[in-house]
Write a protein that binds this ligand. Sequence first.
Ligand SMILES: [Zn+2]
Ligand SMILES: [Zn+2]
Length: 235
Amino acid sequence: MKLWLYYLAAFFGIILARYFIVAGGTYWLFYSSSNKSFIKQPHIQYPSWREIKKDIALSVIATTALAICAAIIMTIYDSGATRLYWSVGSYGIWYFIASFCGVILLQDTCYYFFHRGFHHPLLFNWLHRGHHRSKNPTPWTSFALDFPEALIQGLFLIVIVFIIPLHFVVLALWLVTMTIWSLVNHLGFELFPGFPEHWWGKWFISSDHHSLHHRKYSKHYGLYFTFWDRLLGTN
Ligand SMILES: [Zn+2]
Ligand SMILES: [Zn+2]
């Protein structure tokens, strides 16, 4: 119990510091008055400080949910019950690469269907309303999740490390990918104009897609790829 509390406090600090560094840093880079010339985005919407404060408050709540899940994972890892491993040789280099691609595709698929579920009128107010408070998302919105939604995302991680053997570096790369993608999706403007129309780019969820989703709930539920949106008519 003492160890679990130690993990909880440590992860809360790490996840929150990560949020302020990456979301705050990205916001400063693209939105601060000293960097305005760097943006060159005529359509950028500057949020009010009130909106930003709401996103930050919700992100602290999401941090708590994720820290609980991370502490659970480490406690179970200590008991030897997860399938996390350290030695690349245990499953080989090809498995190392395939497991990374596999979890990304699996998460993208699960996220699409869960996300559509979150928008069901019976669930929306409980699970997803907080995230949609910002009609024009900013990097501060990237981690602004209601407690139950953050808990569901954390539980997904717990289930994965129980079922699929993952190298610690793959897990770390996966978390980094998630963080970067979420930041890009919540930039509030298209970082690479024209990319979403490109034959290759159109298969990836971009900030344009996700900004539209924040205003128009019936489109673009995907996380990384547009595959499911295209297949199921929500693109
Ligand atoms: Zn949504
Ligand atoms: Zn969003």
